[in-house]
Design a protein around this ligand. Structure first.
Ligand code: GLC
Length: 612
């Protein structure tokens, strides 16, 4: 879970002021509107309902709607009503005490009960990063991270995964997904490369729009759909050196030719929200970049949803806190992912509006967009979790879909004639390597916790377990050369790769693996056993030595809980169709290397992948 910041909360004066303001509002005859109020009429349009509701709101209630707090930082759940908070989120790992789908639904419904008790009874919209399934929830189906789906390159598959994810998220009550990431990662040293579909704009555009369709469905109000988020606007994948939250130094042609197309297609697909990027474009931080947020995203692309900041993103802008809030909101950010000190944010923003630093018209515009999304999601009519969906969380059907996605994402980079392994010709097989039996590594970051972790983090099937099951009782599986001493081994599978990571903690200057991983491969090869090496990683790595030592080499990316999809390819149940969504560099010195470069000589080119 993200560390709580060290800042002490503002003094008691803030608490008194905000509570007093809301108390005054109710004393000033602003009573609770009756059931006949126009905004409570589902027969009116979302725009009409939002306009009526806005007209009834005090400035305090409006600013509250723009505030998004993480559940872990609520001083009291009652603050949801006390400050009329518009949104709650769970950042990576911010889970209820009982981390089951039902435990999440209980938490969500509890928050909504409180929100509905506020004067105007506005439900919260709850946001989460369900970036490869409802990945915070133990027992949920964990699909391949986006880079693997980029290798699969299948729009229909991505849309079906979006639908399944939407159902597993909606089952917990949650309404809003901070996905898809529309990054076009151009430098694999970036720790978030795996959150993108690939380096080629057209691929990212097609798959991003498919994800939006999957998450949002044909009707946001149907209870099995969730609001999607186009993120992180814009050019998060283009920073110099692949530095997370760095600066993308781009010509207008590069901005529009490489990083903009995915937003064009996602806006056309009706994406309901967008998130600004921590990174900068030509030195201008995106969280304060009105020219690109208001001018390009809204003006030129016609984006009509609401814009949310990233986690404490405004506090990375220049100046004092007041300057940061004013800059971000005036640049077009509608909802602020504070996410901790919501009282300070509300009090500061109220002061900025009263001083004229933020026009109230800007507040009204932001709140209207947020309310419209809530009406489109039918949150007023159906504020609570639909528990009939709970049985679909981690269901066999969804796991089958995930297994299909894994098998389609696997890219065979080398095959010295030993793949597919023929189970009926095998008696003794070695399955080894530090990631052979490591579900957490298979899933990668954004799994149960923000950074992910090694080991049995949730329910799923490791590659070792999958191979054991598929090879059957007739084959003895050994897990180390030591165990197999004196045994004639017919084949070996070595699984190596990256530890789990997320965001900047995955930034790499070398793209190298620990030498112990390479040694594992070389030791097996030295034993003279036909060897298939499987790489688990969020990106291409410089592993040429391991590739050279292997008879066959397979990139499996971050497959998630269904390791059987890898076994399906290795054992021939599925013919490999995965193609590289990113160029594979010869050396880290060659990075960045991308399809379309004037000089292009990677180890394996974009689109490469063997089949049989
Ligand atoms: C993070 C990420 C963003 C995510 C947000 C909420 O810092 O940049 O992708 O949606 O916080 O977890």
């Amino acid at each position: 879970m993200r560390e709580r910041s060290k800042r002490t909360l503002a003094g008691g004066a803030i608490v008194a002021a905000a509570s007093l303001a809301l108390l005054l509002a109710s004393c000033a005859g602003l009573s609770r509107p009756g059931k006949g109020a126009a905004y409570r009429n589902p027969g009116l349009s979302a725009d009409e309902r939002a306009a009526d509701l806005l007209s009834r709101m005090t400035l305090e209630e409006k600013v509250g709607q723009m505030a998004q707090a993480d559940r872990q930082f609520l001083e009291s759940d009652e603050d949801i009503a006390r400050y009329a908070l518009g949104s709650i989120l769970s950042g990576g790992g911010s889970a209820p005490g009982v981390n089951t789908a039902e435990g999440w639904a209980d938490m969500y419904d509890g928050f909504q009960e409180i929100a509905l008790s506020s004067r105007l009874g506005i439900p919260v919209i709850y946001g989460i990063d369900a970036v490869h399934g409802n990945n915070n929830v133990r027992g949920a189906t964990i699909f391949p991270h986006q880079i693997g789906l980029g290798a699969a390159g299948d729009e229909d598959l991505v849309e079906r995964i979006g639908r399944a994810t939407a159902i597993e998220v909606a089952a917990t009550g949650i309404d809003w997904n901070f996905a898809p990431c529309l990054a076009v990662p151009r430098d694999e040293r970036w720790g978030r490369t795996y959150e993108g579909y690939g380096e080629e704009p057209g691929l990212v555009s097609r798959l991003g729009a498919a994800a939006v369709r999957g998450y949002q469905g044909g009707d946001l109000s149907d209870g099995k759909t969730i609001l999607a988020t186009a993120k992180h606007f814009i050019a998060d994948g283009g920073t110099a050196g692949g530095r997370d939250r760095g600066d993308s130094k781009l010509s207008e042609e590069e901005l529009r030719g490489i990083h903009l197309p995915p937003y064009v297609d996602s806006v056309a697909a009706g994406v309901g929200s967008a998130m600004t990027s921590y990174s900068s474009v030509n030195g201008a931080k995106m969280h304060g970049n009105g020219e690109l947020v208001q001018g390009l995203l809204r003006g030129e692309l016609g984006f009509s949803g609401f814009v949310v900041s990233d986690w404490a993103g405004l506090e990375e802008l220049p100046g004092e806190y007041e300057d940061q809030i004013a800059a971000g909101i005036n640049a077009g950010i509608d909802m602020v992912m504070i996410p901790e000190d919501y009282k300070r944010f509300i009090e500061t923003t109220l002061g900025l509006v009263r001083s004229g630093a933020i026009p109230e018209a800007r507040i009204d515009e932001a709140v209207s967009r947020i309310l419209k999304a809530k009406f489109e999601l039918a949150l007023f009519e159906r504020p609570f979790a639909d528990r009939s969906l709970l049985s679909e969380v981690g269901s066999p059907e969804h796991r089958k879909l995930a297994r299909e996605a894994v098998s389609k994402s696997v890219v065979v980079l080398k095959n010295g004639g030993i793949l597919p392994l023929k189970a009926d010709g095998l008696k003794n097989v070695l399955v080894t390597g530090p990631l052979a039996d490591n579900l957490g590594a298979q899933c990668g970051g954004w799994t149960i916790s923000w950074q992910g972790e090694n080991g049995a983090v949730t329910e799923g099937t490791t590659i070792l377990e999958a191979l054991r099951s598929a090879l059957g009782d007739g084959v003895t599986v050994y897990t180390s050369l030591k165990d197999a001493e004196g045994v004639k081994l017919d084949a070996a599978v070595a699984v190596i790769g990256e530890r789990p990571y997320a965001e900047g903690r995955g930034d790499s200057r070398t793209l190298a693996l620990p030498s112990s991983h390479i040694e594992t491969v070389k030791n097996v090869k030295a034993a003279g056993i036909p060897l298939v090496t499987v790489l688990i990683s969020g990106r291409p790595l410089i592993v040429t030595e391991a590739i050279d030592a292997s008879d066959a080499f397979v990139a499996a990316w971050l497959p998630g809980t269904e390791g059987a999809g890898v076994a399906d390819v290795l054992l021939g149940a599925v013919s490999p169709s995965g193609k590289l969504p990113v160029s594979w560099p010869r050396s880290v010195e060659q990075v960045p290397v991308n399809v379309g470069d004037a000089v292009y000589d990677p180890l394996f080119p974009f689109g490469y992948g063997l089949s049989w």
